[in-house]
Design a protein around this ligand. Structure first.
Ligand SMILES: [Zn+2]
Length: 262
């Protein structure tokens, strides 16, 4: 019985580590520190986790070269999950680039907010933010497209997580997903399972602001690579040496933009 509960606690700790980086360690420490407190140890863990997430980690991360993304009127996480799980850390340079890009965008689109998805964890270069193996150094972030309903622009997005609701290729457009899956890359569209709910099915890609966002990102001097799906590159008519195809070993990028900086 003891062995079984130990194994379950370890599994929970591993899950929390993959989800939040620091959660697993804090969980084990709290189980040990408050081992005589019965069920209350879980409440202590929750309180301590929140204290670390919203107070201590933002103070500690800059000492290892990362900062929590500064939310503002122009930039926000897709939802609170990304803040609650510490998936919102970047290098100061990327933070600055995001600020500039989102402010430029607001000149033409004052009501649009730049929504971000997974960025990086606060600590340790090389520690991957699953399921993205490359989001491990503070220099990567995923950004939402912009959408419109009928003809009016909106900050709504078609899925809860921000992933997995695709702006799929039309019949006459190149279909990279089919090409990759035919080559055996079964994982290429696995993000369809991590929408955690889709709605606003009537939303369409807002091409002009999404194109402007892409262009602003591409002209920023810190930008090193940007990934979107090939058919969207064609549809939006954006060509740039830094705008690349990510490869079939990754996942499809017609639900978000991947940005990485130097
Ligand atoms: Zn990414």
């Amino acid at each position: 019985m003891k062995f079984l509960s130990g194994a379950i606690h370890l599994l929970i700790a591993a899950f929390l580590t993959a989800l939040t980086q620091v959660g697993g360690v804090l969980y084990i420490i709290c189980l040990w520190l408050f081992r005589k407190k019965g069920w209350k140890k879980y409440a202590y863990f929750l309180g301590i986790y929140l204290l670390f997430t919203f107070v201590f980690i933002p103070l500690l991360a800059p000492s290892v070269g990362r900062v929590r993304i500064e939310n503002s009127e122009t930039i926000r996480p897709r939802n609170y999950f990304y803040m609650l799980t510490n998936r919102n850390y970047v290098t100061p340079e990327l933070n600055e680039a995001l600020k500039q890009v989102s402010k430029e965008l607001q000149i033409h689109y004052p009501n649009l907010e730049l929504a971000y998805l997974d960025a990086n964890f606060p600590f340790i270069d090389g520690f991957p933010l699953l399921p993205h193996l490359s989001h491990n150094d503070g220099k990567k972030i995923d950004l939402c497209f912009f959408y419109q309903k009928n003809d009016s622009l909106t900050n709504k997005k078609p899925s809860w997580s921000g992933y997995g609701a695709y702006v799929a290729p039309n019949q006459n457009e190149w279909n990279q997903t089919i090409a990759c899956k035919n080559k055996g890359h079964w994982q290429y569209d696995f993000t369809k399972y991590i929408t955690f709910g889709t709605w606003n099915a009537e939303l369409n890609l807002a091409q002009q602001p999404t194109k402007e966002l892409l262009k602003n990102i591409l002209k920023h001097p810190k930008t090193s690579k940007v990934f979107i799906e090939p058919h969207l590159k064609d549809r939006l008519g954006v060509q740039h040496a830094k705008l690349r195809f990510h490869g079939c070993q990754a996942v499809r990028h017609d639900d978000h933009i991947h940005l990485q900086v130097q």
